[in-house]
Design a protein around this ligand. Structure first.
Ligand code: ADP
Ligand code: TYD
Length: 200
C-alpha cells in the first residue's frame, strides 16, 4: 500500500514522517526528492535562481521514475507499506505553479506527463497550512519557500483535493505537532485496516 504525505514547505510532513517510523517499524520510508544522484541534480536546480522551470519539471520527473523502479515498485511487490514524504502530487502542485504562463493548463500537463508510468498512491495525506506560517516554519531558505508563491501551490493542492476526495485527505497542520500526528495516525490506521480487509 502506497501512502504519500504532501503539503507546503514547513507544513510538518517530515516531522510526521519521522514519527511514523516508530508506529510502522516494518514500513518502507522514502521521500522525493530522493537521495540518488537524480535527487542531487534536483537540489542543484532548486538552488539555482535562474533554472528553467520546464527543465526542472523533467529533473524532478526523472528522479520520480528512478524512485519508482528502484524503491517504490519493489517495496509494493514485497507487500510493504510505503510512506513517501512528497510524491507526484508535489509536482502537480509546485510545477503546476512554476509553469503558469509558460505552458497552457500546467497542472493538467504535469499530470499528463506522469499518467502513463506513475503508480497512484492509495492514500495522500495533505497537511494544510497557510503560506505565511509555512514559510516562517521552513525558514524560507530556497526559491520555493516564498509566501506568495506558496499561495498558488496551496490553491493547486486544494484543486487536487477536490478532484480526488476519496484518497486525498486534508489535515489541519496549524494544530500542535501532537494533534497533527494523532490525526494522521488515525487516518493511516483506517486505511491500513481497509487494505488488509480488501486483501482477505
Ligand atoms: N504542528 C507543528 N506546529 C509547529 N511547528 C511544527 C509543527 N510541525 C512541524 N513543526 C516545525 O516546523 C518546522 C518544519 O517542519 P518539517 O516537518 O520539516 O516540515 P516539512 O517537511 O513539511 O517542510 C520544523 O522546525 C518543525 O519542528
Ligand atoms: C518533490 C518535489 C519537491 N518540490 C520542491 C518543494 C520544496 O520546496 C523543495 C524540496 O523539497 P523538500 O526537501 O521535501 O522540502 P521541505 O522538506 O521543505 O518540504 O522541492 C517541487 O517543487 N516539486 C516536486 O516534485
Amino acid at each position: 500500500m502506497l501512502v504519500t504525505l504532501e503539503g507546503l514547505d514547513g507544513s510538518g510532513k517530515t516531522t510526521v514522517w519521522e514519527a511514523l517510523h516508530d508506529v510502522y517499524p516494518d514500513a518502507e520510508f522514502t521521500r522525493e526528492p530522493t537521495n540518488s544522484w537524480y535527487g542531487d541534480a534536483v537540489y542543484r536546480s532548486i538552488g539555482d535562481e535562474d533554472a528553467d522551470p520546464l527543465a526542472e519539471l523533467f529533473l524532478y520527473t526523472a528522479d520520480h521514475a528512478d524512485h519508482l523502479s528502484r524503491v517504490i515498485e519493489p517495496a509494493l511487490e514485497r507487500g510493504d507499506l510505503v510512506v513517501s514524504d512528497r510524491y507526484a502530487h508535489s509536482r502537480y502542485a509546485y510545477q503546476g505553479a512554476t509553469l503558469e504562463g509558460v505552458i497552457d493548463r500546467p497542472m493538467e500537463y504535469v499530470r499528463g506527463v506522469h499518467q502513463p508510468f506513475t503508480v497512484e498512491p492509495d492514500l495522500t495525506i495533505y497537511l494544510d497550512l497557510d503560506p505565511e506560517t509555512a514559510a516562517a516554519r521552513a525558514g524560507a531558505t530556497n526559491k520555493f519557500e516564498r509566501a506568495a508563491y506558496l499561495e498558488s501551490v496551496r490553491s493547486n493542492y486544494k484543486r487536487l483535493l477536490r478532484a480526488e476526495p476519496d484518497r486525498f485527505v486534508q489535515v489541519d497542520a496549524s494544530q500542535s505537532p501532537e494533534a497533527v500526528l494523532e490525526r494522521v495516525e488515525t487516518i493511516l490506521a483506517e486505511a491500513v485496516d481497509d487494505d488488509v480487509a480488501e486483501q482477505q
